[in-house]
Write a protein that binds this ligand. Structure first.
Ligand code: SF4
Length: 398
C-alpha cells in the first residue's frame, strides 16, 4: 500500500497486516498470540458433524456465544447471538456453563470473563482474533495521555468514557479515573452522565478508542459542534495538541477507528443512491462523520436488525456495517421482499472476526470435550475489579 493510500484510509501503520496473515504474534496487541492448536483441515467433510458431536458431549457444560459479525459456519453452533455486551451478560446468566466459548474477538472474551463468575472459563477459539480498533489504544499510551492532560491542568475536569470495544486494561483505566463504558446503543446516555459528573461548563470527556462514535454522538445526537471536538493522536508528542486546544475542547477523541466501518465513504453513499433509487441508507455510528451525516438512519447492530425487521415489503436498504451480518440479513429478509445490499461496492469482512472458523471451533470443542482447557482468556483480578467498576457505572446509567 502506498503512503497516499494509507493516508486516504486513515490507517495507522502497525504490524497488523503481518498478523492478519497469521505469520507473527504482536506482543503489544490486545489479541494475544497465534493459536497454538493442531487444527483439523478446512476440507475435512466431517467438520459439521464433529462440532455437533463435541458440543453434544459437553452438554450444559458449554455455552457458545456468536457475535453478529461471525461467519455462518460458526453461527450455526451458537447458543445465542448478539453484540458483545449482550453476549457477555447472556454468559453470566448461565452459571451452569463451565466453558463459555466466545466466537468473537479478544476484547469480547475479556468482557465475558469480567462479567462471569470465577467458576466459568472463557475460551476464544483463535487467540489471534483481535480487534484493530481495540489495539489502537494501549494501556501505556492512555497513561501517557493522562499525563498530558495533567500537565495541561485539566485532568481533574476530564471524565473518561470508553467504548465496549476496548481492552480490559482500558476499561480498568476508565474505572480507576471515575469514568464509564458505553456501547453504540447507549453512548449518548453515557456522555450525558459524564458531563453531569462535574461543573457542566468545564467538564470534558476523553472518549476511547473510537473517534467516530465519540464525534457522531457528540455532534449528531447532542448538538455539540465539530469545533468542540479535538483528536488526540497517541503517535504524536502531546497527542498533537496544544494545552490551549485541550483546555478549549469538550470532547477529546482518541484517534482510533474500526477498520471495517471506517472504510465507508461519502462516495459509497452517493454511489448507492444513484444505483438504487429510493434506497434507505442505514449505517453504524462507527462510520465516519460525513457518512453518518449523509445517511438516512444511524444505529447500533441491534438497531439495524430491528429497523430491517420493521421495514415494509418492497423497501430497499443499503447497510453500512460488517458484511457477514449484512449478507445474513439480506438472505433472511429476501423472502419478505426487502432488498438489502452492502453499502460499499468492495467486499469487506472484519478479518479478525473471520479468524474464528469451523476448524478452530471444532478444535476448541473437541479439546474441551476431552478435558483439555485451551485458549482461556483470563483477566487479572485488579484489572477486573476496576473494569467491572466502569461496566457497573454503565449498567446504572439512567
Ligand atoms: S468490526 Fe471493527 S470494531 Fe468490530 S472487531 Fe472488527 S475491527 Fe474491531
Amino acid at each position: 500500500m502506498t503512503t497516499a493510500q494509507t493516508q486516504e484510509l486513515d490507517v495507522q501503520p502497525t504490524p497488523l497486516a503481518l498478523l492478519l496473515l497469521g505469520r507473527e504474534a504482536d506482543p503489544k496487541s490486545e489479541r494475544g498470540v497465534e493459536c497454538p492448536g493442531d487444527l483439523p483441515s478446512p476440507s475435512d467433510p466431517d467438520l459439521v458433524e464433529r462440532a455437533r458431536a463435541a458440543k453434544e458431549k459437553l452438554g450444559n457444560k458449554v455455552f457458545v456465544l456468536g457475535h453478529h459479525y461471525q461467519r455462518d459456519e460458526v453461527i450455526q453452533f451458537a447458543d445465542v447471538t448478539g453484540d458483545s455486551f449482550k453476549l457477555a451478560r447472556d454468559a453470566a446468566a448461565r452459571p451452569e456453563a463451565e466453558y463459555i466459548v466466545f466466537c468473537g474477538v479478544h476484547f469480547m472474551a475479556e468482557s465475558a470473563d469480567i462479567l462471569t463468575s470465577d467458576d466459568q472459563k472463557v475460551v476464544l477459539p483463535d487467540l489471534a482474533a483481535g480487534c484493530s480498533m481495540a489495539d489502537m489504544a494501549t494501556a501505556e499510551q492512555v497513561a501517557e495521555c493522562w499525563d498530558v492532560l495533567t500537565e495541561a491542568g485539566i485532568a481533574e475536569q476530564v471524565v473518561p468514557v470508553s467504548y465496549m470495544n476496548s481492552s480490559a486494561d482500558i476499561k480498568a483505566f476508565t474505572g480507576r479515573h471515575g469514568g464509564t463504558i458505553c456501547t453504540s446503543s447507549n453512548a449518548e446516555r453515557a456522555l450525558e452522565w459524564a458531563f453531569q459528573q462535574g461543573e457542566p461548563s468545564t467538564t470534558k470527556v476523553l472518549f476511547l478508542p473510537d473517534q467516530h462514535l465519540g464525534r457522531n454522538t457528540a455532534v449528531r445526537d447532542m448538538g455539540m459542534t465539530l469545533e468542540d471536538c479535538v483528536v488526540y493522536n497517541p503517535h504524536k508528542p502531546n497527542g498533537g495538541l496544544t494545552a490551549e486546544q485541550l483546555r478549549d475542547a469538550k470532547m477529546i477523541l482518541w484517534r482510533g477507528h474500526c477498520s471495517v466501518h471506517g472504510r465507508f465513504s461519502l462516495d459509497s453513499v452517493n454511489d448507492v443512491r444513484e444505483r438504487i433509487p429510493g434506497v434507505n441508507v442505514l449505517v453504524h455510528p462507527e462510520c465516519k462523520h460525513e457518512v453518518v451525516a449523509a445517511a438516512d438512519y444511524v444505529g447500533s447492530t441491534e438497531y439495524i436488525i430491528k429497523a430491517l425487521e420493521a421495514a415494509p415489503a418492497g423497501s430497499k436498504w443499503a447497510i453500512g456495517t460488517e458484511l457477514n451480518l449484512v449478507r445474513r440479513l439480506a438472505n433472511r429478509f429476501a423472502p419478505e421482499g426487502k432488498e438489502i445490499v452492502f453499502l460499499d461496492k468492495t467486499v469487506c469482512f472484519c478479518s479478525t472476526m473471520n479468524r474464528i472458523d469451523l476448524p478452530h471451533l471444532v478444535w476448541t470443542l473437541e479439546s474441551l470435550a476431552e478435558g483439555n482447557l485451551v485458549n482461556r482468556i483470563e483477566v487479572d483480578k485488579e484489572t477486573e475489579a476496576f473494569a467491572k467498576l466502569a461496566l457497573e457505572r454503565m449498567l446504572a446509567l439512567p
